[in-house]
Design a protein around this ligand. Structure first.
Ligand code: PLP
Length: 483
């Protein structure tokens, strides 16, 4: 397997150049587009007068990137629809599980993305957005996740349907239809196929060991039950086949068997008009990433067309639920190197002022790679190092244990800042927002960055955790207020 390029891989300084679509080296400093990141901790940061001083560690949230991702993918599919002569439409949905922060949901909804949810609390978030006038009444809400009869999630879906019509429950299992039927509300529903991975034929798909979705038999039974219930209308077929699938031919090959089932179903139920390929669209977390999204869209639409022609059914509209793709690159986490320790380990340790494992759980849990670059001293010599977090945990390191990827940082570590990039999806949700974390290390401040129509920056600094919050979470109350 190819090894991930997680940063600069040389002892020479980084010359002025672009490192990826949004990170640029200039005069020994790193810019996120044209924002000098180290300057946030220097005089420039102080001059922003954000009510409190900006200091590390600091989480960066760059909202224009989210909009850009959504617009780019829509443009790509418009182009593919034209290239293929595809008779259906494309809809972009944001998969909220990737990052449910207020500023993210606000941004995706305002950009006109449809919305995919997976649990009860997602509906509470949508209620807030509705009250604030941000949820467009036409926005489709695709309700994935387990919602058996009498569960709070099933009840909430039925309630929310009364307030927001385009709520589309995606059925995971046949009993989930019952509360919808009993509600007597007019529901359009989706059916979720069990289809995670690459399957040569339908029988392989059926024997896959996955708790998501229904096997082929149950999909047909669910369709029959839906069809015979006067208030239920089949709308969508859902098949998610993996995550971060970089090989686009393999991605579409994985989708082939579900597309066959879709076409067979559509022969029987022509109102089944949407094919939802779920998530899985890859995005850059490291510097070696390449993906031809247009080739993916063209290949996907051509395959759907070919299979629908074979079954003589109309091609469907297509929805993708983009989690990682939407929010990976808008997030970065900046740290200061507070100590360099050479204890004759393989490489010197650069210790950061935070925790790698609680900020980016996938790095230790899955050995996932993210991009790490210095914010200053780029014009000085580099050497190979390893990063260590502040916890006492042997896994709180980067690159992760089994990684083959070298990490180079400037030899001069005086006032050195570094950034982890490509961390906006899942990391905060897995590590938890708020709460108290490993070795009681508090959560960083967060800087939300917007740009107005003239490109002028707007900053909003959100305080991280102070001692009171951390201790309060653990049950330490001020004197007289003990439990
Ligand atoms: C049903 C469903 N849709 C969409 C997604 C988002 O996937 P990704 O982040 O790969 O885009 C997920 C992720 O687990 C999912 O379970």
């Amino acid at each position: 397997m190819k090894r991930a390029v997680v940063g600069w891989e040389s002892t020479s300084p980084i010359p002025d150049r672009s490192l990826n679509r949004y990170l640029n080296a200039r005069n020994g400093r790193l810019f996120y587009e044209d924002l000098d990141l180290a300057a946030l901790f220097e005089e420039k940061g102080r001059s922003l007068k954000l009510g409190r001083e900006i200091h590390s560690p600091l989480e960066i949230v760059y909202l224009p990137m989210i909009r850009r991702q959504i617009h780019n993918m829509r443009d790509i599919f418009s182009q593919a629809i034209e290239d293929v002569g595809y008779a259906g439409q494309f809809r972009y949905a944001y998969a909220s599980k990737a990052n449910a922060a207020e500023e993210v949901i606000r941004t995706t909804l305002k950009a006109g993305a449809q919305h995919e949810i997976s649990s009860l609390m997602d509906i509470e978030i949508l209620r807030v957005m509705q009250e604030r006038g941000i949820l467009d009444p036409q926005t489709m809400i695709l309700c994935n996740g387990f919602k058996p009869p009498n569960s709070s999630y099933a009840d909430k879906i039925v309630q929310f349907k009364r307030e927001h019509d385009p709520v589309i429950p995606v059925i995971e299992d046949i009993p989930e239809l019952k509360p919808l039927i009993e509600s007597r509300l007019h529901f359009e529903v989706g059916l979720r196929q069990k289809s995670y991975g690459l399957h040569r034929d339908l029988s392989e798909m059926d024997s896959a060991n996955s708790r998501f979705g229904m096997n082929v038999d149950d999909i047909f039974k669910a369709a029959e039950i839906a069809q015979s219930s006067p208030n239920i209308h089949l709308k969508l077929y859902h098949a998610m086949v993996g995550s971060q699938i970089v090989d686009i031919d393999n991605f579409v090959d994985r989708l082939r068997p579900p597309i066959e089932i879709f076409a067979q179903l559509r022969q029987k139920y022509p109102e089944l008009s949407v094919f939802d390929f779920g998530g899985g669209v890859p995005v850059a977390m490291t510097l070696d990433f390449e993906c031809d999204y247009l080739a993916f869209a063209v290949n996907l639409l051509s395959t759907i067309k070919e299979i629908c022609d074979k079954y003589r059914v109309q091609v469907p509209d297509v929805i993708g639920e983009f989690g990682r793709y939407t929010v990976t690159e808008h997030g970065a986490h900046l740290f200061k190197i507070i100590s360099v320790k050479d204890n004759t380990s393989k490489y010197p340790w650069y210790i950061i002022d935070g925790s790698i494992m609680s900020s980016f759980p996938d790095s230790w849990a899955l050995g996932e790679h993210f991009t790490v670059l210095p914010l200053n001293h780029l014009d000085r010599p580099f050497h190979r190092v390893q990063l260590g977090g502040l916890t006492c945990d042997s896994d709180d390191i980067y690159p992760p244990h089994k990684s083959k990827s070298p990490l180079f940082l400037p030899v001069d570590a005086e006032d050195l800042y570094i950034g982890f990039f490509g961390i906006g999806a899942y990391q905060e949700m897995l590590g938890g927002a708020g709460g108290s974390k490993h070795c009681v290390i508090p959560e960083a401040d967060e800087l939300i960055i917007e740009r107005d129509q003239d490109g002028k920056y707007q900053f909003d600094l959100i305080a991280g955790q102070g001692p009171r919050a951390v201790l309060g979470n653990l049950g330490y109350r001020p004197r007289g207020k003990q439990r």
